[in-house]
Design a protein around this ligand. Structure first.
Ligand SMILES: Nc1nc2c(ncn2[C@@H]2O[C@H](COP(=O)(O)OP(=O)(O)O)[C@@H](O)[C@H]2O)c(=O)[nH]1
Ligand SMILES: [Mg+2]
Length: 217
């Protein structure tokens, strides 16, 4: 019985995600769902990307947090198209929450929509939101073993971004170990190493973003 209920919940989410995806397609908006542990740099990556692209394209942001408007307040300095979702304890966003949030966004005017998921590498993995692409953001300060400990997150993604590479010189993070474990799980996956502090690696990140927007149009 319990398993039936879980299956129904997952099927309901899948159906809702397909409705969102259709809406995104009709409005020609590229949607990117960012997953990471708390503090890996999701908000920083969104802000640094907004700084680069805000004069060229229209970007919206959905901020998912258990509570507070802390991140969306920061993002408001760079775009008016920001909606905060407070999950009230739920550890992931689901497709219904996104359906409600996009009612408050000028979807037709947007080229790109970032969804900052709730910070953890477990619960958000199973929930399709209707996005075009999913990113898993890891960071040097978390250590190089995250692909080993959270394999599903690194399997079900379109890009792995490694943030805070400015901290490599202060840590024992082994880049070869990290990349080889990611590639063992997901051989074809692209990995971008970057720093939101120094902007190292940002050219490659900007090109990746441009490419997925182009593919969506
Ligand atoms: N050294 C360093 N710190 C960073 C970098 N990116 C983000 N941070 C810091 O990491 C902390 C958490 O970042 P935040 O973007 O809020 O992470 P989130 O919880 O994933 O949204 C903040 O203090 C940021 O200033 C980076 O590339 N290098
Ligand atoms: Mg954040």
């Amino acid at each position: 019985m319990k398993i039936d209920v879980i299956e129904n919940v997952m099927q309901y989410n899948k159906d809702e995600a397909e409705i969102n995806r259709k809406k995104f397609r009709e409005n020609k908006v590229t949607v990117v769902n960012i997953l990471s542990a708390p503090g890996a740099g999701k908000t920083s990556l969104i802000i640094e990307t907004l700084k680069v692209f805000m004069d060229k394209i229209n970007i919206g942001v959905i901020e998912g947090d258990i509570s507070s408007t802390h991140d969306s307040e920061k993002i408001k300095a760079f775009t008016n198209s920001v909606v905060q979702i407070n999950t009230g304890g739920t550890c992931h966003l689901n497709a219904s929450m996104i359906a409600k949030a996009i009612e408050k966004l000028p979807l037709k005017e947007l080229d790109l929509l970032f969804i900052e998921n709730v910070g953890n590498l477990i619960c958000p993995v199973g929930f399709d939101l209707g996005e075009k692409a999913r990113i898993v953001l890891s960071s040097v300060s978390e250590g190089d073993d995250k692909p080993v400990k959270y394999p599903k997150a690194f399997l079900k993604t379109d890009l792995v971004a490694l943030n805070k590479i400015d901290m490599l010189k202060y840590s024992d993070f082994n880049m070869n170990f990290f990349t080889s474990k990611v590639k063992e799980l997901n051989p074809g996956i692209k990995i971008i190493a970057l720093s939101c502090k120094t902007r190292e690696g940002f050219k490659v990140w900007e090109e990746w973003i441009f490419d997925i927007i182009k593919n969506c149009k």
